[in-house]
Design a protein around this ligand. Sequence first.
Ligand code: GLP
Length: 243
Amino acid sequence: KGMSILITEGYEEMSKKAALMVAAQVTIRPSSVLGLATGSTPEGMYKELVAMYKQGEIDFSDVKTFNLDEYYPIEERNPQSYAYYMKKNLFDHININPQEVHIPNGTAKDVETSCEVYDKMIEAAGGIDLQVLGIGNNGHIGFNEPDVHFEAGTHLVELDEETIEANARFFSRIEDVPKRAISMGIRTIMHSKKIVLLASGASKGKVIREMLFGEVTPNLPASILLLHNDVTLILDREASVYV
Ligand code: GLP
């Protein structure tokens, strides 16, 4: 065990393979705890999962989910929120119990307590069985931005200018992108039993290379995954040019 790298032809095959991993997890353990990601990268995977569910190939009725992150502050009904994204891309289309869906609270008044409660809920669920990750251009996972140390638990983050710029494409104006977010921490991610990281497109090639061939450093948060014992990278050709 350690890190496996699966190189696929393109976005569609990457998405299909990722969905098959999630389906296998839920098949082997129907009460699995899934860690879920947002962003453009996993959209295709969610589409595949919805299709598999509609074909009767997966049953989500006992599954629990914990999302990696959410903007702060943001209302759930705001179409830019990750809560909204998850409903639109997955939860509205499958038989998951809404009580078992967890996303950091973008409207929490007491953020610190809300983060502590989030970590306690993950712990009480027995930790994450399979964590799905994307990767930011600056090497962030979830919203764990480059820093001088790894942040352990769920925490409030000041987003990097680069991240705000990258995410501006989802908003009508760059000024509308929230400057802060709540993110699951590195300890929780590293305690996941299995991790699958997806990356697609030429723009991710460089960061994938840095992650695989550079040093493990909080300055490139994804680099810590080299220390996990069960990580699968699913890359498409373009994201794997330097591998
Ligand atoms: C976002 C999310 C991450 C995601 C990353 C890459 O800001 N917080 O969880 O993995 O950036 O996004 P994309 O898949 O759209 O490139």
